[in-house]
Design a protein around this ligand. Structure first.
Ligand SMILES: [Zn+2]
Ligand SMILES: [Zn+2]
Length: 176
């Protein structure tokens, strides 16, 4: 089995964590996870501790990659609006490719046992929503300035707790 990123180097047996085997490329440090290995680990590890730390930079692969198992083109998935990388998964055998540090980051963020959900429509919809919410926040921050944005956010959450919010808003609109 060849590394889908480096193409030439052979992947060697390794472990993502205790009890979860994977194949690792000794050159780019990317890791290939068979979906069946993941599932059997996931089923018996409801109480996994995510203690590993993130060790450095991410090296996302923008090139199209071929599945090392079944040679199908891998699809790209964003995992979370807050994680700065994209995972590659095979739509046929469901194997997953982690570029260097991606598994560690997923694990540290408590998402290791949720891998199978990342590729569902529901999960992807939520990620898109998170991303668009973040973009909206950025637009307003730019418009009002960071400090004013913070102040407005405070006022907004305070207003949301008031029972006569509508009247208060009407009052604010009258201010001149
Ligand atoms: Zn490699
Ligand atoms: Zn495959």
């Amino acid at each position: 089995m060849n590394c889908p990123k480096c193409k030439t180097h052979t992947l060697v047996r390794s472990n993502l964590t205790k009890g979860l085997p994977a194949s690792e490329c000794s050159t780019c440090r990317g890791k290939w996870l068979n979906f069946s290995d993941y599932l059997s680990w996931q089923q018996q590890s409801g109480k996994v501790s995510d203690t590993e730390t993130i060790g450095g930079e991410f090296e996302d692969t923008s090139d199209a990659m071929i599945c090392p198992c079944c040679t199908k083109l891998l699809s790209k998935y964003k995992v979370s609006a807050n994680l700065p990388f994209i995972l590659d998964q095979c739509g046929r055998c469901h194997g997953i490719w982690f570029d260097k540090n991606e598994w560690e980051s997923i694990s540290t963020n408590g998402l290791a046992t949720k891998l199978h959900l990342f590729f569902t429509e529901h999960w992807q919809k939520n990620v898109k929503k998170e991303l668009s919410d973040q973009r909206i926040v950025e637009i307003f921050k730019k418009k009002f300035g960071a400090e004013n944005y913070e102040k407005l956010t405070e006022v907004k959450s305070w207003l949301n707790q008031q029972s006569d919010k509508a009247a208060m808003l009407a009052f604010l609109r009258e201010v001149n």
